[in-house]
Design a protein around this ligand. Structure first.
Ligand code: CA
Ligand code: CA
Length: 404
């Protein structure tokens, strides 16, 4: 039986005071426009940070630790949040009692490299029907792998939790060898009509530009996983008819803002991590255009006016390796409503991106205490406080609250 109730105590409380976040919105004076051509070409505020950090204006509490946590989502109408662990275990945490339940009946996952159990979101109807969407990596023939999305029920009672009626509703095609760049983040449109899935290019480069695959794309699906009506290539055959945007490398964050705009964080090549505003039918350039360069040292043409590729709203050089994306809408931190929060893996910090309409600018970068580690996921709680998951073995769950 894997029905284990873990008692998890508060591990530590770090009071980091009420240090001003800098006011200017820049990271300790080290931010600078990195490519005036890209900025002027897109008419946006593309910028780069160089890793300077400022003091966090919130309290950070370490509340629990997990084994390679990957994603987290709050289950509306309940005291619970669900947390995935890359190795395959799903956990339900009672956020009020501070206890964890191991979920039974997860799918078999092909854990390895960057893949395993991935994202989880609750359907808008969760309170009525316990419906969730889950992504993971499944094995294929001859050592191949691919991400899939499943739809099922996450049923929780006081002493146990289990997945029921899990059906695979979407698959990456084709399955290829390797254990990287699955992407497989999930986001439901604010009206609950569409399921958006991010699909990485599986370290194969060219599929991101090939409409005959769903690798390196953002897909817009119906809640049952079928291609949504009115997609840009809806007159073409599967899987082209799933495609919403293309030219993506490893899109690890997807989030809607209050105006209904879809934003994406994308792990780019060396010096090319991006925040993009996702538009239907737009080509985001990978691997033909990037403000970064290949890790081999080979250059990639920067985004430039008239090249036919959508330029990022923000990019980072050096890389920060975005692991996720959250757009804030709560009341605990009213000054940040509408801004994006990015957990940085190699950047070992939590980054705030100031969003103003459809433009975006890198603002704060916090690496205080436990934020100064590889960070995988950021979520907003029902009360507007912010939750962060560190990456890797023993990755801690951190609670960010307004200063006392
Ligand atoms: Ca999440
Ligand atoms: Ca370049």
């Amino acid at each position: 039986m894997r029905r284990i109730i873990r008692a998890t105590a508060t591990l530590a409380l770090l009071t980091l005071g009420t240090a001003c976040s800098g006011g200017s919105g820049e990271s300790s004076g080290t931010s600078a426009p990195a490519s005036s051509s890209a900025a002027s070409a897109s008419g946006t505020s593309a910028s780069a940070t160089t890793g300077g950090a400022n003091a966090a204006p919130f309290q950070i509490t370490e509340v629990a630790a997990y084994d390679e946590p990957w994603a987290m989502t709050f289950l509306q109408g309940t005291p619970y949040a669900a947390i995935t662990q890359r190795g395959g275990q799903l956990i339900v945490r009672d956020m009020e009692a501070g206890t964890d339940l191991d979920v039974d009946n997860e799918p078999e996952v092909a854990a390895g490299g960057q893949g395993g159990l991935g994202d989880i979101i609750a359907a808008p109807s969760y309170e009525q029907d316990q419906r969730i969407y889950l992504s993971w990596v499944e094995p294929g023939d001859n050592g191949t792998r691919g991400a899939v999305v499943g739809n099922g029920r996450l049923v929780i009672d006081d002493v146990s939790a289990r997945i029921e009626n899990l059906n695979v509703i979407w698959r990456q095609v084709p399955k290829v060898e390797g254990e990287g760049h699955f992407g497989h983040r999930l986001a439901m449109s604010p009206d609950g009509t569409y399921l958006f899935v991010s699909s990485g290019e599986r370290q194969q480069f060219d599929p991101a530009q090939d409409p005959g695959t769903n690798l390196g794309k953002i897909l817009r699906l119906n809640p049952d996983g079928s291609p949504a009506q009115g997609n840009p290539l809806s007159d073409q055959e599967y899987p082209s008819d799933e495609i919403w945007s293309w030219g993506h490398r490893n899109p690890l964050g997807l989030a809607f803002d209050a105006a209904g705009n879809l934003w994406e964080s994308e792990m780019g090549p060396k010096g090319g991590d991006e925040i993009n505003l996702i538009r239907a039918g737009a080509n985001y350039g990978w691997p033909k255009a990037s403000n970064g360069s290949h890790y081999s040292g080979k250059d990639i043409p920067d985004h430039a006016e008239g090249d036919g590729y959508e330029a990022p709203k923000v990019f980072w050089n050096p890389s920060i390796s975005p692991g996720g994306l959250m757009i804030y809408s709560g009341s605990a931190f009213p000054e940040w409503v509408g801004d994006a929060f990015v957990p940085a893996l190699s950047g070992q910090s939590l980054i705030r991106v100031d969003i103003d309409g459809t433009s975006a600018t890198a603002a704060d970068q916090w690496s205080d205490g436990p934020l100064g580690e590889r960070l995988r996921e950021v979520e907003q709680g029902p009360d507007g406080t912010i939750w962060v998951l560190q990456d890797g073995g023993g990755g801690k769950l951190l609670h960010l609250t307004p200063p006392a």
